[in-house]
Design a protein around this ligand. Sequence first.
Ligand SMILES: Cc1cc2nc3c(=O)[nH]c(=O)nc-3n(C[C@H](O)[C@H](O)[C@H](O)COP(=O)(O)OP(=O)(O)OC[C@H]3O[C@@H](n4cnc5c(N)ncnc54)[C@H](O)[C@@H]3O)c2cc1C
Ligand code: FES
Length: 279
Amino acid sequence: MNASATVSLYTPRAAEIVSVADLTPEERLFRLRLCDGSELGHQPGQFVQLSIPGFTEAPISIASSPSRKGCFELAIRRAGFLTGEMHLKKTGDLVGIRGPFGNPFNLAELFDRELLLISGGCGLAPLRSLIQYCGDFPGRFGRVRILYGARNPEFILFRDDLQQWIDSGSFSCSLTVDNVTSGSCYEGATGFVHNLISTLDINPADCSAVIVGPPLMYRAVIDQLHCKGLPDDRIFLSLERQMRCGVGKCGHCTIDHLYCCQDGPVFRLDQLAGVKGAI
Ligand SMILES: Cc1cc2nc3c(=O)[nH]c(=O)nc-3n(C[C@H](O)[C@H](O)[C@H](O)COP(=O)(O)OP(=O)(O)OC[C@H]3O[C@@H](n4cnc5c(N)ncnc54)[C@H](O)[C@@H]3O)c2cc1C
Ligand code: FES
């Protein structure tokens, strides 16, 4: 490894917050630009290590496509120490960025196929990077269907994007919420996201599925995809584990013999056969 590669792996680069927008009561979208003027150089599915001096680091998925140049976006839920401090940040403030890290969605395995992009909660953030990419290169993919589940209408992420994706004609979007709080004017579907799959017509010979969401969602979604005849080598999923270094050195993120930070976070389901504790 040469010296400059070492610096980029272990040393945070300064990034300026270009804009901040509320997505839900707990999540904000931050648009960032690296202060040295370079592109982040990521691929859909990768993450960065976000740091604020005195407030440690946390892995955060990149929520925008590499085809959108100049800036990149992070959708951040206020969860604890670092993300709580991040939510106090304003336009013009500086943060640290290491990465991009991790195994991305393998675009070559998705090209020319019908895609089912299935997410729950915060999982729409990393999928948004892939969705934007599909929108920017429509000829490279077959029909793209987005299935998204939020815990209730207040927590629907990327509302404007969801509408824009439908209006663009490039995607179909199906949305559901776990439950509706009394007094809500929400009139859409209720129930868990895996219930949306049973109603779809799927040609298993021509379809790949990508799943990103909370751990509880995976087994039910995978069972539904199996019912539709989808084989494990065309089901891709992104897993979350606690991380520190992000580069395969500290062992915090291990899943059996795999390192989630480097072998993942994106895995193909057949690669997880026999891996204890993966799902
Ligand atoms: C690959 C990857 C991508 C991620 N992408 C995003 C993203 O796009 N947006 C976002 O808001 N968050 C994302 N996260 C989760 C985020 O990194 C954690 O919530 C992180 O702990 C927040 O740091 P904190 O200092 O604010 O919280 P802390 O003070 O560290 O802790 C908050 C709570 O979260 C728990 N926790 C810590 N790490 C994880 C984890 N990986 N999974 C589940 N619970 C955890 C802690 O035990 C604690 O209970 C991602 C995590 C991974 C591994
Ligand atoms: S986070 Fe350190 S080995 Fe994966």
